[in-house]
Design a protein around this ligand. Sequence first.
Ligand SMILES: [Zn+2]
Length: 375
Amino acid sequence: MINEKRLIDLFISLVETSSESGKEGKFRDLLITEFARRGINAKEDKAGEILGGDSGNLLVYIPGTINATPLLFSAHLDTVKPGEDIKAVVQEGLIKSVGPTILGADDKAAIAAIIEAYDVLIENNLDYPPLELLFTVSEEQGLKGAKAFDYSKIQAKMGYVLDGGGSPGNIILKSPAQNEIKFHIYGKAAHAGINPEDGINAINLAAKALASLPFGRIDEETTINFGLISGGKASNIVADYCYLLGEVRSLDKIKLDNITDKMVSTFTNSVTEQGGRVEAKVTLLYPEINLNPKDEVVTIVTHAAQNIGLTPILTNTGGGSDASIINGQGINCANLGIGMQNVHTIDEFISIEDLVNDTKLILAIIAEYIRHKGA
Ligand SMILES: [Zn+2]
């Protein structure tokens, strides 16, 4: 059923059309053309204008052959650098880049598989529910496109993001919520040799306050890190400013917020007691995913994987994805492994077998969705 040559050719044409984050315009045009050739209208939103990129997110609505709530599939349009002038080659069952660039299987393997799956549905007169396809921009820049999207345009109650590590069959059930913490610490400048007693050293304030905070792995589901520190001007100046950037992640949102609050108050109290001042800024970067193996979105893909001879592996990850944002909008959404390897490096590759299995899995999910919905 799957036309392997057509799938590979499509995948190569996708990766050879560059789309580094913020510069997805040319690739967006290619996708709009691919869908138009199939009589489907891909609609662009305003995310490009909002984010300062040259493309918005694309939403594709495909009416079903059966009456059911739409099913969502999502992938991202953008790639990391170096992603210009990619040349792809097939070698011994693997597709890789020829030059010193990434390949872009992250996430174009997903896009190629979605389009090939659609072609297979049409050619074989297979039934499918209404499909909503969401292609986001600037995922690699902190899920920006997914965050800027207006989810009132989506009717689906469940969906799949095809952007996970591991082979097809990997199903990510849990990923943490993340708070970013920024501390701006203010002291008072003075000459370090002449009148240090007139100054308040912001670096010293920060160091002492930081020493009173927990670090690293807190428990099975919670981690804390400060990963950037800057401040001060010269060794002979008592530093009047210091900046700290950190994060807290937890699978449990309540725990995340409790720990974050406690860290901010502990840090602030310490700096204040030492005579300094703190501005703290906490931002929720993305919410948690906490799916249960019994949730329908999980059982559907689990059965679908089994139906095509793949071993479903229920797994967790320590990072966020577009699935985090979509879940946060009340659409049950699992992130699925698609077989991309060595992503974000020039050694990135994907096997033809996994590309084909991605397509099979999408088709099997659609069939299983129809079965579950009793339509
Ligand atoms: Zn990705």
